[in-house]
Design a protein around this ligand. Structure first.
Ligand SMILES: Cc1cc2nc3c(=O)[nH]c(=O)nc-3n(C[C@H](O)[C@H](O)[C@H](O)COP(=O)(O)O)c2cc1C
Length: 229
């Protein structure tokens, strides 16, 4: 590949602001900017919801030659907005004279093991095949909530390996290379021992429940029929 890519970040969090996915995309965009590679970012949910904004969505995709999907893992897969985006863009590219495009993805999950994200990355790879795009690589991050929706430089020392991995990705993309294997491995490395993450996450869940006055109902099973054990 020659020349700098025109990168479009497609962010698939359901949250309009302070999302972990957005923090990841913002940091990578900033690293790319420092290396002379401009990028654009779109938030998928409002664009895919109703037909009236699909042309805007297609125009953003058509202007780019590198699509970077960044989204959270929802029930072991992509959130609805990302599924809808892939359906719409796949059909659009198949029915139009779409130019060459590369695609990469970064998925972050709430569970600490990065491998939970593998099925979602496999779906992104299949999207690339069916949409006439070439696959540039996929990154998986566990323990995404450690970011806390903050800009990565403000999210504490724990996320430094994540920043380093994104800097490696920026170096590669600026040079026209695919996502390097070293960046994929570093991104997937546990940010802390799993037992520490689980303990903090359990405490956080309890604290949120307490704030909402339901800490005594955490084991409630309201949809279980009385006949079930
Ligand atoms: C509806 C829903 C489903 C989720 N499903 C999973 C899941 O299957 N596995 C997992 O590890 N995390 C799951 N999570 C956690 C999110 O992936 C995690 O909190 C992520 O960091 C959110 O990113 P965001 O701030 O960009 O939305 C789920 C969160 C929600 C709200």
């Amino acid at each position: 590949m020659t020349g700098k890519p025109r990168i479009l970040f497609a962010v698939g969090s359901q949250k309009p602001a302070e999302s972990n996915s957005r923090s990841l995309a913002d940091y990578l965009a900033e690293q790319l900017r420092k290396r002379g590679v401009p990028s654009k970012q779109i938030h998928l949910l409002p664009l895919v919801r109703g037909e009236e904004r699909w042309n805007e969505l297609f125009a953003a995709v058509d202007e780019a030659d590198f699509l970077f999907l960044v989204f959270p893992l929802f029930v072991d897969s992509q959130p609805w907005s990302v599924v809808r985006f892939m359906e719409l863009v796949g059909a659009h590219r198949r029915s139009s004279n779409a130019g060459p495009m590369r695609v990469a993805a970064l998925v972050n999950s709430g569970f600490p093991e990065a491998r939970h994200n593998e099925p979602a990355l496999a779906i992104c790879r299949q999207f690339a095949v069916e949409s006439n795009m070439s696959w540039a690589g996929g990154l998986a991050l566990g323990s995404g909530p450690v970011i806390g929706g903050k800009p990565l430089p403000d999210a504490g020392r724990t996320v430094r390996p994540v920043m380093k991995a994104l800097e490696m990705v920026a170096d590669a993309l600026a040079e026209g290379r695919d996502i390097p294997a070293e960046a994929i491995a570093l991104m997937a490395r546990p940010l802390m021992p799993h037992w520490v993450y689980r303990s903090v996450a359990t405490l956080g869940l309890w604290w949120t429940a307490r704030k909402n006055g339901v800490s005594g109902k955490l084991r409630a099973r309201p949809f279980t029929s009385p006949a079930e054990p």
